[in-house]
Write a protein that binds this ligand. Sequence first.
Ligand code: PLP
Length: 390
Amino acid sequence: MRYELSSTSWGQEELDAMQRVMRSGRFTMGEQVRLFEDAFAARFGMKHAVMVNSGSSANLVGIAALFYRSTRPLQRGDEVIVPAISWATTFHPLQQYGLKLRFVDVELETLNMDASKLEAALTPRTRMVVAVSILGNPAPLDRIRAFCDSHDLILFEDNCESMGATLSGRHCGTFGDINTFSTFYSHHISTMEGGLLVTNDTEIDHLARAIRNHGWARDVPADSVINRGQRLDDPFFEAYRFIVPGYNVRPLELAGAVGVEQIRKLDGMLTVRRRNAAHFVSLFKDDRRYIIQRENGSSSWFSFTIILNPEYNLDRARVMDALRKADIEFRMITGGCFPQHAAVRYFDYDIVGNINNATTAHERGFFVGNHPRDITAELDHLRSVLNKVS
Ligand SMILES: Cc1ncc(COP(=O)(O)O)c(C=O)c1O
């Protein structure tokens, strides 16, 4: 039986939405993107959502915005506390903007940043913490938020893997001053490629709208603080006014239209994902050879992680071989332990204490897929294959 890592979450509604855009002849960012942004912000109870062409771009635009905001902007050489496990483009914009990273270990069971290590990571140069909820599982965002508040730090939440997850009833992706989401194919909702930056800070919203669009003033309201009295009366010059260094990371109108349909389906898909998770947990919770992700708050279960417990001598190569032969797809947990990758040689960074848990997860961990459909049979297949390996 084939057990895939991911599958489409689209139905006829998404295809119809794309057809409508095709027929309209308006393909570039427009009304549909704006409708999706408004629906997304409303769904998460936030003031602003800015759509871009990927979660990676949302991170990039968010970091750029923090360099151009009027109050205490970030500066090159500032330090940022980050978890040792995340996706590469959580980290890359930090390097690209000249920030120094301080990697903190994760908890082996939750796979999220170990909040008890935050104090040790703090220096007089620390300006920001990047919090990441790994694979649907809420990071200790309440503790990280309190830490940031008590030390006057920015909280940047990369929530690209955890749409729909909650901690104490509050949505992940709403704890940060800036929060980012991905709507890539395999994620909780999909717009093919896509991402959003979500914030309650109106200046950040305006900066993000300019930065995603060539640094252009076009989408920025006339009375915005970022126009800073420089608005020109001459319409010829006003039409092409560049106010910050930006990119072109705009989404397509097709992606916006699909997003409008997908966000309507989010709750139903989360229910199915959580039902699958209950079955996965029941199959593995009593088997100490496999460390599965311990839920913190309410996970939106992107996928199911398994770490081969170092206390037992399960051979990783044999396990992976058995999975391959049984047609079960699997992969590294997120991007693994980032300092293990060659890219880190371009970074200014240090490691706070040790990152032993992240290293164990990198070397002995993998994940299998969760889907917005019932996968009881696939999970039973996984369990029976792993029963036979040991
Ligand atoms: C934590 C995290 N941040 C950022 C991204 C980047 O999102 P995208 O693939 O939409 O660029 C991902 C992608 O999966 C991710 O897992």
